[in-house]
Design a protein around this ligand. Structure first.
Ligand SMILES: NC(=O)c1ccc[n+]([C@@H]2O[C@H](COP(=O)([O-])OP(=O)(O)OC[C@H]3O[C@@H](n4cnc5c(N)ncnc54)[C@H](O)[C@@H]3O)[C@@H](O)[C@H]2O)c1
Length: 368
């Protein structure tokens, strides 16, 4: 079978992290790239031969003869660009979040239903090694009945306000959870077959200025509580403007095991598991103790090459999984419904915080 032809939009920004995945893949080739900034695009593609360069997205879709488009532009462009591709039956891999409003989620679902191509939101945190190990342990029943989880994205992104000014409106100054899929994504992976049914949200108010000393609207930290269809409780916190080091934290509790993990930097994370009947009483085990048994094949196969790449190796692993699924004609691993299930709770939390933290229902896209 011929290699899949891939185009990237927003290629000079975030999606440049995926270039390594195409190099490794025998199934896809990067044939086109688009960015509004041609100089930055040239820099990104330096040393890579045979890639058509565009500054106009529609022109790339019209002329590129693409099988797949990767959308790595700012958040508010994801839905319109995904719909343009789906209308042309081009498979979409979109950066997070899938959409910035519930209305946009409906439009995206409609386009996805009427296209012969597939849509996937690229939630790379789902593909980080420890979270995939935990997923396999949950699947194997090690956690027993899972009933509680936490996810925190604590990342002082204020310097990005100048490089990527769109973040001010869509991530900083909108109240509620605006960038919650990194936290909710892995948790939804541990609670397969479940979905968030209602949320409430509260914020800290604003205590920190931007790096030029100017005010920022919105809250420094926002916390969303989620109740799932199966009665589980999830706590999500995002904070992108408090002065502190980076930390991505998760916790999971079941009737027979507990997990706590923090990803602090490329070289430093800690992941602790306690399993009833296996671990010492009151003593955490390192997750490495369970890796040999529960590391999924996908990670074993890609292994070291992934660890050298971005975001704890997850960028290469997620792209490989996506490309393989399209190449083999399978359902994508994070389909349109999974993508909306990860995105919609945050969007509803933005209404909840404006209503004094009222619990609000989260729409089920399967009923649209
Ligand atoms: N999954 C992750 O770990 C992760 C990490 C960082 C960013 N992101 C997401 O990636 C996306 C991009 O973030 P970024 O920091 O690279 O932002 P950015 O502002 O740098 O945008 C990326 C690129 O898109 C280009 N662009 C903007 N509008 C365009 C258009 N209409 N047509 C073509 N190109 C266009 C810009 O010139 C830029 O080079 C965001 O949605 C963000 O949420 C995800």
């Amino acid at each position: 079978m011929k290699k899949l032809k891939v185009g990237i939009v927003g290629a000079a920004g975030r999606p440049s992290a995926f270039l390594a995945a195409f190099k490794e893949s025998g199934k896809a080739t990067l044939t086109a790239a688009c960015d509004l900034n041609p100089e930055a695009l040239d820099n990104t593609l330096s040393g890579i031969e045979g890639v058509e360069r565009y500054t106009d997205y529609m022109e790339m879709l019209d002329k590129g003869n693409l099988d797949i488009v990767i959308i790595g532009t700012p958040m508010h462009l994801h839905v319109s660009q995904s719909i343009d591709a789906l209308k042309k039956n081009i498979h979409v891999f979109s950066e997070v979040t899938a959409a910035i409003s519930i209305e946009e989620c409906k439009m995206l679902l409609e386009a996805s239903k009427t296209s012969s191509a597939q849509y996937m939101m690229g939630e790379n945190c789902n593909y980080m090694k420890p979270y995939m190990v935990i997923q396999e342990m949950v699947r194997a029943g090690v956690f027993g009945d899972v009933y509680y989880a936490e996810g925190e994205y604590l990342h002082d992104c204020r310097e990005l306000l100048y490089k990527t000014p769109w973040r001010r409106k869509y991530q900083f100054e909108t109240r509620g959870i605006t960038y919650g899929t990194h936290s909710l994504g892995p948790i939804m992976g541990w609670m397969e077959g479940d979905r968030v049914e209602s949320v409430c949200c509260a914020g800290t108010g604003r205590h920190n200025l931007d790096l030029n000393g100017a005010p920022i609207a919105g809250d420094d930290s926002a916390v969303m509580l989620c109740k799932t269809a199966k009665g589980r409780l999830i706590k999500i916190r995002t904070d992108i403007s408090s002065p502190r080091p980076y930390s991505l934290n998760y916790a999971l509790q079941g009737t027979s095991a507990a997990y706590e993990g923090s990803y602090l930097s490329k070289d430093f994370d800690r992941n602790q598991v306690w399993v009833n009947g296996e671990s010492e009483k009151g003593q955490w085990d390192e997750i490495t103790k369970y890796e040999e048994k529960y590391l999924p094949k996908l990670w074993r196969d890609i292994g070291k090459k992934a660890e050298e790449s971005g975001h704890g190796g997850s960028d290469v692993v997620i792209m490989t999984d996506f490309i393989d699924s399209i190449y083999e004609g399978r359902k994508v691993p994070i389909d349109i419904y999974d993508s909306l299930d990860m995105t919609l709770p945050g969007l509803v939390s933005q209404d909840s915080i404006l209503q004094e933290g009222r619990w609000l229902p989260v729409p089920n896209p399967r009923e649209w």
